[in-house]
Design a binder for this molecule. Structure first.
Ligand code: NAD
Ligand code: UDP
Length: 313
């Protein structure tokens, strides 16, 4: 049993990770500033003695007695990270420095929740970890993409300079229960719109692709990466290589939810990647990880979650 810090633990992914770590018998300290996360996501955990919550902003230093750090604190949805872009960069860069300083001073492992956005609008498809990406450094997504790229740089410099044990996970689009109904991400938008009988908003032509991973598979990947041998730093892609267009996703959601929603086309946001699909050969070969949950099953569970949540709202 270890005492583990999860930054951003009250968010969508963080809340699932905290739950799994507690189930595995660990003590978990969740540090969050509740900028995009919520107490609802961790309500059941708050009653568990092995779970501790501290309200903390990772742009400030933190000193805690912990045996390992999962660093997830950062807004993740485009409307959230573009809402206050300077704060997004501060969170990603200063947050990484502060949590790396904590890892170095305690001599613990630290895992970074990086992102497929480091590949930008990719010319190499699917994306292997060896691809350096094609990122606009001055656009409206740059606060997040470049913030995450700089955080990866910091992780590898701490590893080279201070021998801090790092793990860098490049997370591809993930979905599931505890997503916020208003975070503007495509899976939550389409499901909520379909349940309410509103039109499904397709940005651009809807021919752009994404590859969606169910949250349980993602958490399993993070746990395996954290437990991997010390010399396995990543970066490692974690995602589901099943690639769909946004039109196909909309049709999937409509089939599962039913109802008579139509598709409504809206302008494509700037720098929206045209295609995205992880090459997961590294995680598969090195750690035996691959996603197990199909898009159909994952969407079914997510639809059920939003139906419950919207019924009680
Ligand atoms: P989320 O917005 O639901 O969770 C992020 C959490 O971090 C929230 O609880 C928020 O309050 C907290 N946070 C933000 N800024 C903070 C700060 N300065 N100090 C302390 N806490 C802060 O997002 P998510 O989808 O759960 O994403 C979690 C992590 O995974 C993020 O780092 C994100 O970049 C990464 N990621 C997620 C996806 C995805 O598809 N969900 C894809 C790629 C990468
Ligand atoms: N998208 C869409 N309709 C929506 C929300 C998003 O067509 O209501 C598109 C968006 O333009 C992008 C894809 O869906 O091409 C995934 O968007 P999301 O914000 O979920 O994630 P990201 O762009 O960060 O991969």
């Amino acid at each position: 049993m270890a005492r583990l810090l999860v930054t951003g633990g009250a968010g969508f992914l963080g809340s699932h990770l905290c739950g799994r770590l507690v189930e595995l018998g660990h003590q978990v300290v969740c540090a969050d500033n509740f900028s995009t996360g919520s107490r609802d996501n961790i309500r059941q955990l708050l009653a568990v003695p092995a779970f501790e919550l501290i309200e903390h902003d990772v742009t400030l230093p933190l000193d805690l007695d912990v045996d390992g750090i999962y660093h997830l604190a950062s807004p993740a949805a485009p409307i959230h990270y573009q809402n206050d872009p300077i704060r997004t960069t501060r969170t990603n860069v200063l947050g990484a420095i502060n949590m790396l300083d904590l890892a170095r001073s305690r001599g613990t492992r630290i895992l970074q929740a990086s992102t497929s956005e480091v590949y930008g609008d990719p010319e190499v498809h699917p994306q292997p970890e060896t691809y350096w990406g094609r990122v606009n450094p001055i656009g409206t997504r740059s606060c997040y993409n470049e913030g995450k790229r700089c955080a990866e740089t910091l992780f590898f410099d701490y590893w080279r300079e201070a021998r801090t044990e790092i793990k860098v996970a490049r997370i591809f689009n993930t979905y599931g229960p505890n997503m916020h109904p208003d975070d503007g991400r495509v899976v939550s938008n389409f499901i909520v719109q379909a349940i309410r009988g509103e039109p499904l908003t397709i940005y651009g032509t809807g021919s752009q692709t994404r590859s969606f991973c169910y949250v349980d598979d993602l958490v399993d990947g993070l746990l395996r990466l954290m437990a991997s041998p010390a010399d396995f730093t990543g970066p490692a892609n974690i995602g589901n290589p099943h690639e769909v267009t946004m039109i196909e996703l909309a049709e999937h959601v409509l089939r599962l939810v039913g109802g008579g929603s139509k598709l409504e086309f809206r302008p494509l946001p700037s720098d929206d990647p045209r295609q995205r699909c992880p090459d997961i050969s590294l995680m598969r070969a090195a750690l035996g990880w691959r996603p197990r949950i199909s898009l159909e099953d994952g969407l079914r569970q997510t639809v059920a979650y939003f139906q419950r949540r919207l019924a009680t709202a």
